[in-house]
Design a protein around this ligand. Structure first.
Ligand SMILES: *[C@@H]1O[C@H](CO)[C@@H](O)[C@H](O)[C@H]1NC(C)=O
Ligand SMILES: *[C@@H]1O[C@H](CO)[C@@H](O)[C@H](O)[C@H]1NC(C)=O
Length: 384
């Protein structure tokens, strides 16, 4: 017992010394840095959810105004934060070839679900990105519009039910159920049934993927600070239940569709096609990275998984915030309502074209903060 304690204390001290030493990296290079602390570096407030990443970066930006860049620490790992727009633009466009790696941990061999478009880098990322880009074309979105509206009707009837009962509603949860239904249906052709069924498995797993237990935080410390150790220990990025659920769902759905020759115009169909032919018809690229390689089932599952996570959470959060802001400003709310009803009349109902014309609603949701449109597109394309 005692010797275990001693070993534990020695290990902890070694880790402490290692981290402290890491925190000299930027100052040693003459790069300004803040005051990182063990073991979270500069990110303690973010890890403990006291501050979101956007606010944290803004705070650093304000504090370091006048500098062109600042060196940060995520746990023991160093991160470079450019502050000068010119520098940022170079990184995102002119010198992009050196910066496409977003530095996100993944372990393709033991945790294939982690090797998705958001985490992978280099030629692999380039190849998958080129393959999946057609999935986000306006034509595809237009095709999915009917499903989005149908899920909306289910949400409205749920809201009516709630209004009749006690009138209090956790809007973030309702919206997460709505977007889970939409993504489940549009991307996977599955009825998730989250709006009706309080215990829907899809909703449960989606929620679990964004919840952090103490164990998850400890896992993150290792993943962020010692990626090779994380690979040896086979630490999954997401909880085991989430990983096995999505692996199973995607695998079963893909196999069912392939076996029964079922074709739908959705994200999964693109993945099926990529598994069969290695490329999509629309793809005109003859880049050596994109032709001839077919998608494996693990690769397909990982892309479907990130499409689901990125799709439902970001959307429900954005709509929640927009509704909150509108609830606080009657005049903005009325102007939005006026635009919506006017375009409903013009297009005789809720159509794709009506939504495309809603410029005021668009401004409420996405703002006008980046006047240089090109720059905005570049930021998005860096990720996807
Ligand atoms: C699958 O369906 C497509 C079109 O729906 C058809 O052209 C093809 O022959 C079918 N394949 C099999 C094996 O049934
Ligand atoms: C509501 O928003 C409008 C437009 O941005 C603004 O002029 C007005 O002051 C806001 N009202 C309140 C109560 O915040």
């Amino acid at each position: 017992m005692e010797s275990i304690m001693v070993l534990f204390i020695i290990a902890l001290s070694l880790i402490y010394v290692y981290f402290k030493k890491s925190y000299n990296y930027w100052s040693g290079m003459g790069v300004p840095q803040l005051s990182p602390s063990f073991p979270f570096g500069d990110m303690a407030s973010v890890i403990f959810r006291k501050q979101n990443m956007g606010d944290k970066i803004k705070e650093i930006y304000e504090k370091m105004k006048g500098h062109r860049y600042v060196g940060l620490y995520f746990f023991s790992r160093s991160a470079f934060l450019p502050l000068d727009p010119v520098l940022i633009k170079d990184i995102l466009s002119k010198d992009f070839q050196h910066f496409h790696d977003r530095g996100i941990y993944y372990d393709e061999k033991n945790d294939p679900l982690s090797a998705h478009l958001f985490s992978i880098a280099g030629p692999k990322w380039k190849r998958l990105r080129a393959k999946l880009t057609p999935a986000f074309s306006p034509g595809k979105l237009k095709y999915m519009f009917g499903t989005i509206v149908e899920c909306g009707h289910q949400m409205i009837s749920k809201l009516n039910e709630i209004a009749e009962e006690d009138g209090e509603v956790e809007i973030k949860e309702i919206l997460a159920r709505y977007t889970t239904d939409v993504i489940g249906s549009c991307a996977f052709g599955l009825e998730c049934n989250c709006m009706r069924d309080q215990n829907a498995e899809f909703r449960f797993m989606g929620k679990r993927a964004f919840t952090q237990t103490v164990g998850d935080v400890m896992k993150m410390v290792i993943i962020r600070s010692f990626p090779p150790l994380a690979r040896i220990l086979r630490l999954g990025v997401f909880s085991g239940s989430v990983t096995s659920f999505f692996n199973r769902v995607v695998r079963e759905t893909l196999e069912y569709r392939e076996k029964n020759n079922i074709s739908r115009q959705d994200f999964l169909q693109l993945l099926i096609q990529l598994r069969k032919d290695g490329q999509l018809d629309e793809e005109m690229s003859n880049d050596k990275h994109t032709i001839g390689t077919k998608l494996t089932i693990e690769e397909a599952a990982a892309q479907a998984f990130i499409f689901f996570l990125a799709g439902f959470e970001t959307t429900s959060t954005t709509i929640s915030f927009a509704l909150f802001e509108m609830a606080q400003n009657q005049s903005i709310q009325e102007r939005a309502r006026e635009e919506v009803t006017r375009l409903f009349d013009k297009h005789e109902g809720l159509t794709y074209d009506a939504v495309m014309e809603m410029s005021y609603v668009d401004t409420i949701l996405f703002g006008n903060i980046i006047p240089d449109g090109l720059f905005e597109i570049q930021c998005c394309s860096t990720v996807f």
